[in-house]
Design a protein around this ligand. Structure first.
Ligand code: ATP
Ligand code: MG
Length: 504
C-alpha cells in the first residue's frame, strides 16, 4: 500500500516576479507617463498612439484627439518626408485662461525600406524662464510704446534729485546722451536760476505733480519748454523714499504756435477795428452828399413837373432820387453792421407792447403793398407781455423781414405777421409768406452778410443781401435769435425770438 503511495512531484511554483522583459516594458510605460506629451501618427495623419501626458493635455484643451487636431499633420508629413528631418510647429492655445505657445517637434518615421510611415511627435515642455523673459520683453515693449506715445522723454531721479534713468529720446530732443546726465541733478538742465529753484521746490513735498512748466536748454544752448509730471517712488522692501519718476512733454512748438495765433488774432482785431472805423467815416462822408442828392432830385422833380414840356426829365429826377435812397439804405445797413461788430451799437431799451411795436410797421407796409396784389394780415393776441427792446432797432428787423416777404412773394400771395409766446420760453414775432421760398442748401448761408440765394440772384430781385444778416445781429444784440424755415415754392417763415429775460 505504501508502495502504492506515489510521491507526487510538486508542480513548479510559478514565479510572481516579472521578467526582465516585463520590467523593461513597465519601465518604458512609466517613463512615457512622466515625460512630455508624445504621440504617433500614421502616414494618413491618424493618431495611432499617445502617452498619458498627451491625453491629459488633450483633456485640458477639450480636444478628443489632442493637439494633433490643431496641427496641419498632412503638411508636416510632407515636409518631414521631403527634408527627412525634424519639423517643428508652434501652436497657440489657451491653457488655464492664459495664452501659451506649445512647441511641437516631429520626427519622420520610416520602415526598413526607408518608406515614410508616419510621424513621432513631442510637445516640448513650456520653459518657465523663457516664458517669463518673453513676458518681460513684451511688457518692456508695451511700456516703451506707451512712453513714446504719451510723452517725449521719461526720467527717474534719486532723493537728491540726481538722474538715475533717462529715456533715449532725450538725445533727440535735448542733444545729451542719457549717460552724460546720469548722476547729475535734473535741474542742471534749467535755463535759469529761477527755473532751478522752481523745480527743486516742486520736489519738496513728496507728492505727485502734473504739468510743471520747465524751461530747459539743449546741449547747443537752445531754450525749450517742457511740461513735467512726476510721482514720488518708494522702496518696496523698506518703504523708504527713493526719488521721483515721471514724464516730460515738449510744448515749445505748441507755445510758439499759440503765441503767433494770439498775435494774428490781435492783428486781425486791429484790422477789423480799422475797417469799422473806415466804414463809419465813409458812411458818414457818403451820407451827407447823398442826402443833398435826394433833396435836390426831389426839388428838380417838382420844378420839372411845372415846366410845360419836360419830356422824361421828371422820370429821370425820380430815378435819381430812388437810386440815392437805395444807396442810403445800404450805407445805413453797412454802418449798423460794422457798429454791431465793433460793439459800438448800444440798445436804447424801453418797455413796449407788441401791438404798439408792430402797428406802425404794418401800416407802412399796407400802404406800400402793390395795389392790393398781396394780402397782409396780422395775428396778435391781446394777452402778450410787454417786451423790453430797442424800438427803432426791433422795428428795423420787422421792416427787413416784411420787405423780404413782399419782395419774394409773387402777386396774389399772402403775408402774415403773427406774435405768440412759446410755452414758458421766447416770445416770437413771425412773418410768414407763401412766396418763392429758399432752397435748403442756402438756408444757413442767407443769414450771412452779402449772401443771397443763388436762384434769387439770377432772377434779379435787387438788394445787397444785408437785411437778414443785420436782423440776425440785432436779434442777438437783444439776447434773442432769428429762426428761418423755408421751402421752395411753398413759402418762408422767419421768426424773431425775444428771450424770456426781456418779457415784462
Ligand atoms: P437787402 O435786404 O440787403 O436789400 P436781400 O433782401 O437780398 O437784400 P437779405 O434780406 O439778407 O438780402 O436776404 C438774403 C437772401 O435770402 C435773399 O436774397 C433771398 O435769396 C433770401 N430770402 C430772404 N427772405 C426771403 C423770403 N421771405 N422768401 C424767399 N427768399 C428769401
Ligand atoms: Mg432783404
Amino acid at each position: 500500500m505504501r508502495d502504492k503511495l506515489r510521491l507526487v512531484k510538486p508542480e513548479p511554483v510559478v514565479s510572481r516576479q516579472p521578467t526582465a522583459e516585463q520590467i523593461k516594458q513597465i519601465f518604458a510605460q512609466r517613463l512615457f507617463d512622466f515625460t512630455s506629451p508624445l504621440y504617433l501618427v500614421d502616414k494618413d495623419g491618424r493618431l495611432t498612439w499617445s502617452n498619458l501626458p498627451y491625453r491629459q493635455l488633450g483633456e485640458r484643451l477639450a480636444l478628443r484627439d489632442g493637439v494633433v487636431e490643431l496641427l496641419p499633420i498632412n503638411t508636416l508629413l510632407r515636409e518631414a518626408e521631403d527634408r527627412d528631418r525634424v519639423v517643428r510647429r508652434d501652436i497657440a492655445v489657451t491653457l488655464d485662461g492664459q495664452t501659451q505657445t506649445l512647441h511641437a517637434h516631429h520626427v519622420p518615421l520610416a520602415d526598413k525600406q526607408g518608406k515614410a510611415i508616419g510621424l513621432a511627435g513631442l510637445i516640448a515642455p513650456v520653459d518657465a524662464t523663457a516664458k517669463i523673459s518673453a513676458d518681460l520683453a513684451m511688457a518692456q515693449e508695451r511700456f516703451d510704446d506707451i512712453v513714446r506715445l504719451t510723452s517725449d522723454w521719461v526720467w527717474e531721479i534719486d532723493p537728491d534729485l540726481n538722474v538715475t534713468m533717462l529715456s533715449d529720446r532725450i538725445t533727440k530732443i535735448l542733444g545729451y546722451l542719457p549717460q552724460e546726465l546720469a548722476g547729475r541733478p535734473l535741474d542742471c538742465l534749467a535755463d535759469s536760476e529761477a527755473g532751478t529753484i522752481a523745480l527743486r521746490q516742486r520736489f519738496v513735498p513728496m507728492t505727485p505733480f502734473r504739468d510743471h512748466r520747465f524751461e530747459a536748454l539743449t546741449k547747443s544752448g537752445e531754450a525749450r519748454l517742457f511740461l513735467l509730471s512726476g510721482v514720488p517712488t518708494f522702496s518696496a522692501a523698506t518703504g523708504a523714499h527713493t526719488g521721483f519718476r515721471g514724464t516730460a512733454n515738449d510744448i515749445t512748438v505748441l507755445v510758439r504756435r499759440e503765441h503767433s495765433l494770439i498775435l494774428a488774432k490781435e492783428a486781425a482785431e486791429i484790422a477789423n477795428r480799422a475797417k469799422s472805423d473806415f466804414l463809419a467815416n465813409m458812411s458818414h462822408e457818403l451820407r451827407t452828399p447823398l442826402n443833398s442828392i435826394i433833396g435836390f432830385a426831389d426839388l428838380l422833380a417838382r420844378q420839372v413837373a411845372e415846366m410845360p414840356s419836360h419830356g422824361r426829365a421828371n422820370e429821370y429826377a425820380g430815378d435819381i432820387r430812388e437810386s440815392a435812397n437805395h444807396l442810403l439804405t445800404m450805407i445805413n445797413d453797412i454802418l449798423d453792421l460794422s457798429k454791431i461788430e465793433s460793439g459800438r451799437l448800444h440798445l436804447n431799451e424801453e418797455e413796449i407792447s407788441i401791438p404798439m411795436l408792430c402797428d406802425p410797421v404794418l401800416r407802412a407796409f399796407q400802404d406800400r403793398i402793390r395795389g392790393g396784389e398781396l394780402s397782409l394780415s396780422s395775428e396778435i393776441p391781446n394777452d402778450l407781455p410787454l417786451v423790453l427792446v430797442d424800438q427803432r432797432l426791433t422795428r428795423q428787423i420787422l421792416v427787413n423781414l416784411l420787405s423780404n416777404a413782399v419782395k419774394f412773394t409773387p402777386a396774389g400771395g399772402r403775408i402774415t405777421l403773427r406774435a405768440y409766446r412759446q410755452e414758458g420760453s421766447d416770445l416770437v414775432i413771425e412773418i410768414e409768406d407763401n412766396g418763392i421760398g429758399i432752397p435748403e442748401k442756402d438756408i444757413d448761408r442767407v443769414l450771412e452778410p452779402f449772401v443771397q440765394a443763388e436762384s434769387h440772384r439770377a432772377r434779379r430781385y435787387g438788394g445787397t443781401g444785408l437785411g437778414l444778416a443785420l436782423s440776425r445781429r440785432l436779434a442777438e444784440l437783444h439776447g434773442g435769435r432769428l429762426s428761418l424755415i423755408s421751402q421752395p415754392d411753398y413759402g418762408t417763415k422767419v421768426g424773431l425770438h425775444i428771450p424770456p429775460s426781456r418779457l415784462c
